[in-house]
Design a protein around this ligand. Sequence first.
Ligand SMILES: Cc1ncc(COP(=O)(O)O)c(C=O)c1O
Length: 286
Amino acid sequence: MPRIAYVNGRYVAHADAFVHIEDRGYQFADGVYEVCEVARGFIVDMPRHLGRLNRSLTELSIDWPVTRGVLPIILREVVRRNHVTDGLVYLQVTRGVASRDFVFPAGTKPSLVVTARKADPAAAAKRAEGGIKVLTVPENRWDRVDIKSVGLLPNVLAKQKAKEAGAQEAWFIDADGTVKEGGSSNAWIITRDGVLVTRPAEHGILRGITRTTLFEVAAKLGLKIEERGFSVAEAKAAREVFISSATTIAMPVVAIDGAPVANGHPGSITLSLRQAFFDVAEKSPA
Ligand SMILES: Cc1ncc(COP(=O)(O)O)c(C=O)c1O
């Protein structure tokens, strides 16, 4: 079954899906993206993802590449054409193609690319049963990580370092020793009293859509959340630790820098959050 991508108004074979060498995404990382989970035939939390896309575009003064009403149709079509029931749909908007110059080009149309990929929910469930390991790295990213920009080189390097250390995620640590977020996820702990703790998202981290929906999941389960910073030491001593993102939902963390978290097994509260997530999340039929 050939994969299909959407590129600037056309549905094309994935193998023939190209953007121009002078696309500003390629030259300057001058673009933004979103990733939505596809689960059981639904696109999860699509309105929230498109709301955050709007914010990212506005912050960078990039126009919408298509109208806001048309983008969900394209996302659904790419999911449908790729027969994705479980997996993800990825969209990327860049400032467009223009002769290489740092300043914004005049009259350039933004580029839009949409792809979709299948994933195996059984494999994800198995990963959650075992939990993942995290490696901490010093924060070295720019100040506007609240924008979901395609400029992800520090994240690439951090996650590669984590992989080489046998871990599956890297955590960026602030100069004051507090945990910011993962290379592609938000960071959470659960205290001995069963309170969920995650860093405020006003600045310094990406306001994860999964993070936002988990606030609602926690409320449904009667769990308290505190939005505050926490240190690596507090995380290592926590009852449970987990990360959140559209592709991992709530994923237990069982070790930080080689030291086991709690008893080294996924925690039950994290697993119950993970279990309840789909019922609470907004589901748009694909
Ligand atoms: C740096 C970073 N933080 C947090 C997240 C989690 O965001 P979301 O829950 O919207 O996937 C991501 C997702 O890719 C990310 O790249």
